[in-house]
Design a protein around this ligand. Structure first.
Ligand code: SF4
Ligand code: SF4
Length: 290
């Protein structure tokens, strides 16, 4: 019988207050109708999660854009974190918004996957936000895209962060192809993030075991279940009573897996022991954040 489930939620929201050159959601604005639909579907998802009281739930919000500047996502984070059977609420964020709302959340359950975007925010302002998280005792990882043009900013960021704060680096990709780093560039990024090597690979995944679709699912604004964000096949819908019957082991149907939020769930990669309780927010278990 199903006892626990991790859900990656990605709703209608597809807007951002930043304009990163490597992102399709930069400065995009939704229409009023889309924003309303986003609010409605998030409310429905929140209610659903609260109703699954026999499941230990972990929820990971991976929006197409920045969600935590929106009141309805802030409220969802607070509500979900205060729900007894919900063990964890994680958000990907650029950390640009006010953070005082976090005071109302159950901080033991909240964690943030924070991305620093050089060029979009001054380092001093970004660090002020990081200090706020530390003061509020919120768990977080910080990361950056390893674009060669970011290297100076990455050096500054690493120097400014306390050594115990894990700084991950995502390999820069163009059309899903990893940037052809020179050995010295690779060495630099590996010194910044000792786990960079893990991200800078394409893992052959076709036919291999992956816990998505069974213990981890992706859910959209309609409640549609997909095994992960990278395979479009619909498996069912969380708003149907029998949705748990579709949660079974099945091999991956995609050639490659390239993203932490995907390959981390491949048993072959052995990344659960490495990240422990920090699988979703990307904090290796050897790192203490308190
Ligand atoms: S902060 Fe994130 S969502 Fe916003 S433009 Fe940059 S990469 Fe895209
Ligand atoms: S290996 Fe990656 S692409 Fe394949 S099912 Fe798992 S998360 Fe999805």
């Amino acid at each position: 019988m199903l006892a626990s489930l991790t859900v990656l939620y990605r709703g209608v929201l597809s807007s951002c207050n930043y304009s990163c050159g490597y992102c399709p959601f930069a400065k995009h604005q939704e229409s009023a109708a889309e924003r309303q639909a986003d609010r409605r579907s998030l409310r429905r998802f929140t209610a659903w999660a609260q109703q699954q009281s026999d499941l230990a739930l972990k929820l990971f919000f991976t929006p197409w854009g920045e969600a935590l500047i929106r009141k309805h996502y802030q409220q969802a984070l607070i509500t979900l974190s205060q729900t007894a059977h919900i063990e964890k609420v994680v958000f990907q964020t650029n950390l640009s918004g006010r953070l005082d709302f976090l005071q109302q959340a159950d901080k033991n359950k909240v964690a943030l996957w924070v991305t620093y975007h050089p060029g979009e925010v001054a380092l001093v302002d970004f660090l002020r936000q990081i200090d706020d998280l530390i003061t509020q005792q919120i768990r977080f990882s910080v990361g950056v895209v390893g674009k060669p043009s970011h290297f100076a900013a990455i050096t500054e960021l690493r120097a400014a962060l306390a050594p115990e704060i894990y700084l991950w680096v995502n390999a820069y990709r163009s059309r899903s192809r990893c940037y052809p780093y020179k050995p010295e560039q690779f060495f630099f990024l590996n010194q910044i993030d000792p786990l960079f090597n893990i991200n800078a690979q394409d893992y052959q995944s076709l036919g291999k075991a992956c816990l998505t679709g069974e213990q981890v699912i992706s859910v959209d604004q309609h409640g549609t279940i997909r095994r992960c964000h990278f395979i479009d096949k619909k498996l069912g819908n969380i708003y149907q009573q029998d949705y748990r019957s579709v949660l079974i082991p099945r091999p991956c149907s995609r050639n490659h897996c390239q993203c932490h939020i995907g390959y981390v769930h491949m048993p072959e990669r052995q990344l659960y022991p490495l990240f422990g309780d920090g699988v979703l927010e990307r904090i290796p278990s050897s790192v203490s954040m308190s």
